[in-house]
Design a protein around this ligand. Structure first.
Ligand code: AMP
Length: 551
């Protein structure tokens, strides 16, 4: 009967039958009702319907009977199948078998079903009269439409359950991974490299190390054997490959070695120490387990944010931020919530330790992130005009990303005060100024002055370079000099040479400089000649007498 594979195949797309409920006196009609239902299942050929009618049998319960599945093979309707299924079934329900013609057709749509009388079963989907029982779930439904919806809902629930179970299984796998001890060892790929290859790699990446048995750098994060969640978090943060400081520092940190690391600002140092810290505290039970000290609030906030990103989804990995300028009670409260990692500024940490009973006995790792950039004194750059100050300040900011501002006579008093305060509070990393900042002010924290334009007089030059290294501190001045200030060449050399500064050959070989030097020597000679000394006094008198006698 099912020889034709196409028929069998098509039957697989039939929706399930619904079971028909009947009261005891209606039991005899169940089979007929079921036949209608199976014809309602629809795209079946006659042979199928016939088969379905024959396969139907009754099942009696206390108050009702139900029909079993009509079609042997079937699939659950997919979400997109709902309307298709309903329509087909609706059509089918009109197409009743002749034997069943006396029977009321199975309700295709919920709206054609009546509301339930008190005590009658209620449709699980729409709450109308639950005339039928879904053979798949044994739930009361009112129509084929609601049966299809009900099956879809059930299917969705099952799917959710499965994915929950999958997630649970995944997290169990993760927990298992977290419970197994983690020991860093060189990845087989790294081990397979030759010493020269490693040295060449380090050379090219500018990695320089000191110390005993320093492990080889990693080349990819995957070489660390991190838990999947951590690898995922790295990708999420956009960390595709480690930066050079991370390549070398992560394996060292994962081995639990002490490190003093130095790399440029923005080179990825934070993640370089955070990743080993995360792996070390992951299995710690005593809390807090790690303390990260940062010199400023901004840096602490940044570190904690990055730590959270990398720890997301890892079990029991809470952080706390302890910084001034934010209310203390919430920070204290959070600190007591079994946090694994503290990110703090020293001031706020001491304040908390002094006044609270918090113990930090669990701390095994201390990281001090001392970003040199934040302590670096600002650079003062002198130019010779307002437009130059504005343009250079913008250019330096755009190219280097440093916080820059311009200072000149067109800035209002409010702006000037703000700039000066910003300079003292290290809000600005570079100030480009005309001569207005050249005199008087004690800019104690300026250590570097750049004379981008050489001033027009030595007097001004001396004042400008004097902004660096005030109050006995040493400082540095870098002066750009060209032929525009050729009249000062010899003066500059005289001034700067005694400090031991190596002067550029272009300056030392300049004809202007030699000319100035020669003239000065001549002037000196003249001056010397006009001076009265014991050696020349008789000559001067004689000369004087001679001149007088000639008159
Ligand atoms: P840091 O030097 O730690 O302040 O990092 C500078 C910036 O680089 C931060 O925005 C980090 O999120 C980002 N960063 C750190 N490591 C990587 C990496 N391996 N790949 C891409 N970005 C990174």
């Amino acid at each position: 009967m099912y020889e034709n594979p196409i028929l069998v195949y098509r039957s697989m797309f039939l929706p399930r039958s619904v079971k028909v409920k009947r009261t005891a006196h209606e039991d005899k009609s169940c089979a007929v009702k079921k036949t209608k239902l199976s014809s309602g299942g629809s795209l079946l050929e006659d042979t199928n319907e016939f088969q379905d009618c024959r396969s139907a049998r009754t099942e009696t319960s206390a108050s009702r009977c139900s029909l079993h599945e009509v079609v042997q093979e079937h699939t659950e309707p997919e979400a997109g199948d709902l309307s298709v299924g309903s329509t087909t079934l609706g059509e089918g329900s009109r197409n009743t078998d002749e034997d069943c013609s006396s029977e009321e057709p199975i309700k295709s749509f919920s709206k054609s079903q009546r509301w339930a009388e008190p005590g009658e079963p209620v449709c699980v989907v729409c709450c109308r009269y639950g005339e039928y029982i879904c053979d798949k779930t044994d739930k009361d439904v009112c129509s084929l439409e609601c049966k299809a919806k009900h099956l879809l809902q059930t299917q969705a629930k099952e799917k959710n359950l499965k994915s929950d179970q999958f997630t649970r299984a995944e997290s169990q796998a993760e927990t298992h991974l977290l419970n197994t001890p983690y020991f860093y060892k060189d990845h087989s790929f790294i081990l397979g490299l030759q010493d020269e290859q490693i040295e060449n790699l380090k050379l090219q990446l500018g990695i320089a190390v000191q110390g005993q048995q320093v492990p080889r750098p990693i080349i990819e994060f995957e070489h660390c054997g991190f838990p999947e969640t951590l690898n995922h978090n790295l990708k999420n943060s956009g960390y595709e490959v480690p930066t050079p400081i991370q390549m070398q520092m992560i394996p060292v940190g994962l081995l639990g070695r002490d490190i003093v690391a130095s790399a440029d600002t923005g080179s990825g140092k934070t993640a370089a120490f955070l990743l080993p810290v995360i792996m070390k505290v992951l299995k710690e039970t005593e809390t807090p387990s790690a303390l990260i000290l940062a010199p400023t609030r901004e840096l602490a906030i940044q570190i904690e944010r990055q730590a959270k990103e990398l720890m997301a989804g890892l079990p029991n990995m809470r952080t706390v931020l302890l910084v001034g300028g934010l209310p203390l009670p919430p920070q204290l409260h959070r600190l007591k919530q079994s946090v694994k990692v503290i990110v703090a500024t020293p001031g706020r940490l001491l304040e908390i330790l002094k006044q609270s009973s918090v113990q930090l006995h669990g701390i095994k790792i201390v990281v001090v992130d001392e970003d040199k950039k934040l302590f670096k004194p600002p650079v003062l750059v002198f130019v010779d005009c307002k437009l130059g100050a504005d343009l250079l300040s913008d250019a330096v900011h755009k190219i280097t990303g440093l916080q820059c501002t311009a200072m000149h006579s067109e800035k209002s008093q409010v702006e000037r005060t703000d700039i000066l305060q910003g300079l003292l509070q290290e809000k600005y990393e570079v100030i480009v100024s005309t001569g207005v900042l050249g005199r008087g002010l004690d800019l104690v924290n300026v250590k570097l002055v750049v004379n981008f334009d050489m001033p027009s007089s030595m007097d001004e030059y001396v004042h400008q370079v004097g902004r660096a290294g005030r109050l006995g501190h040493s400082g540095t001045a870098i002066t750009f000099i060209n032929n525009n200030s050729k009249k000062l060449f010899w003066d500059v050399v005289k001034r700067v040479k005694p400090t031991g500064t190596i002067l550029p050959p272009q300056l030392l070989n300049s004809p202007y400089l030699h000319d100035q030097k020669r003239r000065e020597q001549q002037r000196l000679k003249q001056l010397q000649n006009s001076l009265v000394t014991g050696d020349n006094i008789m000559d001067i008198i004689r000369k004087h007498d001679k001149n007088n006698s000639q008159r």
